[in-house]
Design a protein around this ligand. Structure first.
Ligand code: F6P
Length: 547
């Protein structure tokens, strides 16, 4: 297919016309007319259950979307992903994060070599190191065991391990505290350094490139801080690196034994399964980490082999395409009804927006359709008391992904019933709405006078007809979390295939980095460059304050 003309294909145009119809549909009526809608529009895979019935979908919609995916060669491109083809075309790289969670017995060939052996040998190095730390055998400079791990990294070298460590809190090994420092705002590092003891703290410098400004500044500052207590000869007991850039790690002064490598075929935002997951392994132990990998692998197998029409990541991706490109919804809210998933929306922001927030196709031509929507959100029920007002009555329709677990780790059954009740009630309310008639009846019962009622009724009416997905798991465990992350990774891939976007580069972050370097030089006294009056004015104010 000539991908530049996607919008002119028959199936795209059929979907455009179908969407005109869909805009007149009532979700409530779809449920009333089809009693089997729930079983027909739910799926199970990798320990996850997806209910996608509260979307503007019929069998015809699904059929057209599957046809669209075939038109875009989704099946062939999915195979190219797993086969290690150079699908990150602008950086000439393969994309093989799925190999990181493949079982030891599998063969994944890359450049004529089975890379599973390399992956397993790094996993083994991680295991030995983790077990030494847990057993108290990895000692700090004064002979005390490690109690605190500080991961210094940003973007994919932070968001994944941070989110997973938080999400798997009930599985944490006692006596080990894992902290994360990402921001170049010195308050971030400072707050952690005030909490930890140099004698018992291990710093992990996590950076694929080992050149990222924020990470290197924080890493050097942590090193200087450490040298207030220990000596240069003690550094090797307290500094670990995770990187693909072995030379830069050596230049920093971290010996090869303390380097946990990974490979350029692992994208930053897809790297939690690699050595970048070391803080996770330190937090939850080797066995739970392998369960996390196994959960993701189960989703990989499902994604690779399940037919498109019953393939969870494919369905989720195609619904996203339908909502974005045909119904015109420009943002998606992520609502985990699980306290420990509070960082999940942040994690998905990088995964989806850094992957698909692009306006150019892989062939260099501009996209002729909208690409990635804005991804945002917060945990339920907190979000209900903040922005759900807008979800229910705002002028934009914002689809929501509700995510929850049927069984909690705590023993507060009333809390759990309230959590689930709120989760299900929100998707029901968004879909069902509240008619003017219902409001009128309520207000009449309160004996409100007619004039007041005329003003109040529209304000208390809910339009409803707002779509959502609900993802359930039995318990939030390493394997279900692994499957959940892999589900969204593959959903992101599916969208990228339809949009003909390279989901694995991120050129859009480069310009700001370059300009920041120039401005930093100016703030530190070098001659000023040409700027617009706003930027020049802000620099002048900062310079005055920094004097
Ligand atoms: O600036 C964006 C980015 O390149 C992300 O893609 C990446 O995850 C992050 O920076 C961190 O990069 P590194 O691991 O090389 O420090």
């Amino acid at each position: 297919m000539n991908t530049t003309s996607l919008v002119h294909t028959a199936v795209f145009q059929k979907l455009v016309r179908h969407a005109e119809d869909a805009r007149t549909w009532s979700l409530k009526a779809l449920f009333a007319d089809h009693p089997d809608r729930f079983p027909a529009m739910t799926l199970t895979a990798g320990g996850l259950f997806l209910d996608f019935s509260k979307n503007f979908l019929t069998d015809e919609t699904m059929g057209l979307l599957i046809e669209l995916s075939r038109q875009c060669h989704l099946e062939e491109k999915r195979e190219a992903l797993f086969a290690g083809d150079e699908i990150n075309t602008s950086e000439h790289r393969a994309v093989l994060h799925t190999a990181l969670r493949a079982p030891r017995s599998e063969t994944v060939m890359f450049n004529g070599k089975n890379i599973i052996a390399d992956i397993q040998s790094v996993l083994e190095k991680m295991r030995l190191f983790t077990e030494k730390v847990h057993a108290g055998e990895w000692k700090g400079y004064s002979g005390k065991p490690v109690t605190d791990i500080v991961n210094i990294g940003i973007g994919g070298s932070d968001l994944g391990p941070r989110m997973v460590c938080q999400a798997l809190r009930p599985f944490h090994v006692k006596g080990i505290n894992v902290h994360f420092v990402a921001n170049v705002d010195g308050h971030d590092l400072d707050a952690i350094l005030q909490k930890v003891n140099a004698e018992t703290t291990l710093f992990i410098i996590a950076s694929k490139t080992f050149t990222t400004l924020e990470t290197m500044l924080n890493a050097h500052a942590a090193r200087s801080w450490f040298l207030n207590y220990g000596t240069v000869r003690d550094l090797y007991r307290h500094f670990i690196a995770i990187s693909t850039n072995t030379e830069a790690v050596a230049r920093f002064g971290i010996p090869a034994e303390n380097l946990f490598p990974f490979w350029d075929w692992v994208g930053g935002r897809y790297s939690v399964w690699s050595a970048i997951g070391l803080p996770v392994m330190l937090a939850i132990g080797y066995n739970h980490f392998t369960e996390f990998l196994a959960g993701a692998h189960a989703m990989d197998v499902h994604f690779r082999y399940a037919p498109l029409a019953s393939n969870m990541p494919v369905i989720l991706g195609l619904i996203a395409i339908w909502n974005r490109n045909f119904l015109g919804f420009s943002s998606v809210s992520i609502a985990p009804y699980l306290q420990d998933l509070f960082s999940f929306p942040n994690y998905l922001q990088q995964l989806e927006m850094e992957s698909n927030g692009k306006q150019t196709q892989k062939n260099g031509k501009p996209v002729e359709y909208d690409s990635c929507p804005v991804i945002w959100g917060n945990i339920g029920t907190n979000g209900q008391h903040a922005y759900f007002q807008l979800l229910h009555q705002g002028t934009d329709i914002i689809p929501v992904d509700f995510i929850t677990a049927l069984t909690p780790h705590h023993t507060l059954p009333k809390h759990h019933a309230a959590l689930l009740a709120n989760c299900f009630a929100q998707s029901e309310a968004l879909m069902r709405g509240k008619t003017a008639e219902q409001v009128r009846n309520e207000l009449s019962a309160q004996h409100m006078d007619a004039e007041e009622m005329a003003i109040q009724i529209p304000q208390r009416t809910f339009p409803g007809n707002r779509p959502s997905n609900t993802i359930l798991m039995n318990v939030l465990r390493p394997e279900t979390l692994g499957a959940l992350i892999a589900l969204y990774e593959h959903k992101t891939f599916v969208e990228g295939v339809i949009w003909n976007i390279n989901s694995f580069d991120q050129w859009g972050v480069e310009l700001g980095k370059i300009l920041a370097k120039t401005i930093q030089n100016e703030l530190e006294g070098q001659p000023e460059q040409m700027h617009d009056s706003s930027t020049a004015g802000l620099i002048a104010l900062a310079k005055a304050a920094m004097k």
